[in-house]
Write a protein that binds this ligand. Structure first.
Ligand code: PXG
Length: 442
């Protein structure tokens, strides 16, 4: 171990950390200083097994040299090119390659820098699409309770996590929410898709009756909700949502920021579930998390509806200084090479059964009230402590970190989403360390 943890050498007070209990963290920091393969190294020299792919993003594992080399070369060759009314070849190459793994027909790709930007981009495209087709009244956006769609005003508004919204006032008008799909009474300890709850999609019919289909632009859901503790969709649920959207002319947006790039055993959850979305949002795994980037995949028909008017007109008045940044493109192309060469985008399907067995082995431990999983995503839900929700989850997360395992705590649900390079032994190690932490938190 290092004699001097980094936290003793640095002043932690200036950096206002994101989504972090700043005062608590700075009293007892948790700092990583290196990462390779399946492991992080902490500032005091300990190895920590990464059960969360960083934060659902480092799908090909850490420290991949060919990505670093590609980014390095790119910075020396072309560091920046203006993306509005100018361009550079790599963004076109990257879009072409991404279109090659996209679900059928989703071959028009808009680049962003994060999941939050991808979501707000998708919402804007949906509204602009209806307007371009002569239905400017379709402005209403439907999200789902317990959905997470990032932190910008659009994504926060359709998001369904109360605490994330309350601090920020009004949000977008004309937003409504479907009910979430978690149902512990009927579906606890499901392996894969839960049996019960497809009918929860029918609430969309009620929202259409309430607001009128001609006011609704889009429904946005995560095919498998991630941040709120891994909620796989009940069997038949997404099919019903798709058919109701089609029936009422509503666009269906899949937020695949977490599920994209192999997490569910194929490149996208839309492919895994065989459901055609109209717009699909991604980020995270698109660059293996190493350069901030996002990509919005759009059905050609949606894109084409906006390609009208004089050729000199900007068709979509939207974009970012760093849309399709050369470093993101270079990283993204290198990542796609790795994904293809190592067949990582389908590896999750092979690993899923042993991952499932490992997580469900924790079933009999104290306070475990549910375990759910799909592909390489799982959550172990613990009963809240009497002092309030989230306490036990936080305690287990910190205990795991100290014991050499990185997990996420979504309230009292411990979420696991290992890199797609994981081996079976890693799953056993994850279950062993997590199991001990759960026992200590009883
Ligand atoms: N959509 C989904 C489905 C996400 O999971 C975003 C949008 C926003 O992405 P950006 O890149 O703007 O953060 C996300 C992000 C967690 C956790 O522990 C999950 C996310 C972010 C931070 C923590 O569950 N997902």
């Amino acid at each position: 171990m290092n004699e001097h943890p980094t936290s003793n050498l640095h002043d932690l007070s200036q950096h206002w950390m994101p989504f972090t209990a700043n005062r608590q963290f700075k009293d007892a920091p948790r700092l990583f200083t290196a990462a390779h393969g399946m492991h992080y190294t902490t500032d005091d020299g300990r190895r920590v097994l990464d059960a969360t792919a960083g934060m659902w993003c480092v799908n090909a594992g850490h420290g991949r040299e060919e990505i670093a080399d590609a980014v390095h070369r790119q910075l020396l060759e072309l560091d920046f090119a203006p993306p509005f009314q100018m361009g550079h070849p790599l963004s076109f190459d990257w879009a072409t390659r991404l279109a090659g793994i996209a679900p059928e027909g989703m071959d028009r790709i808009f680049f962003t820098n994060s999941g939050s930007e991808s979501v707000d981009t998708a919402l804007k495209i949906a509204i602009a699409y209806h307007r371009a087709r002569g239905e400017p009244g379709r402005v209403r956006l439907i999200g789902r309770e317990r959905g997470y769609h990032g932190v910008n005003f659009g994504g926060m508004s359709v998001g369904g996590i109360g605490v994330n919204r309350r601090q920020f006032g009004q949000l977008l008008p004309a937003v409504d929410h479907l009910p979430h799909t978690q149902d512990l009474a009927r579906n606890a300890f499901s392996r894969g898709l839960p049996e019960h709850g497809a009918e929860k999609a029918d609430v969309l019919e009620a929202l259409v009756a309430l607001h009128g289909a001609d006011t609704i632009a889009a429904v946005i859901v995560e095919p498998v909700a991630g941040s709120t503790g891994v909620l796989p969709p009940p069997k038949g649920y997404l099919e019903r949502l798709r058919s109701l959207c089609t029936k009422h002319g509503i666009l269906l947006i899949f937020d695949e920021v977490i599920t994209g790039f192999g997490r569910t055993g194929t490149p996208f959850a839309a492919t895994t579930f065989g459901i055609a979305a109209d717009i699909l949002t991604t980020a995270k795994g698109v660059t293996n998390g190493v350069v901030p980037a996002g990509a919005v995949f759009v059905q050609r028909a949606v894109h084409d509806a906006l390609m009208q008017g004089p050729e000199s007109a900007v068709e979509l008045l939207h974009g970012y200084t760093y849309s399709g940044h050369p470093t993101a493109c270079a990283a993204g192309l290198a990542v796609l090479d790795i994904y293809a060469r190592e067949a990582l985008l389908t590896r999750g399907a092979e690993l899923a059964p042993s991952f499932e067995d490992a997580v469900h082995s924790l079933r009999e431990l104290p306070n475990v009230i549910d375990i759910r999983n799909f592909g390489l995503m799982a959550a172990i839900e613990l009963a809240p402590r009497a002092e309030g929700p989230g306490r036990r989850g936080y305690e287990v997360m910190v205990d795991c970190f100290r014991s050499g395992l990185l997990v996420r705590a979504a309230g009292d649900a411990i979420a696991l989403s290992p890199p797609l390079i994981a081996e079976r032994e890693h799953f056993e190690e994850m279950a062993a360390i997590l199991g001990e932490a759960i026992k200590r938190a009883s």
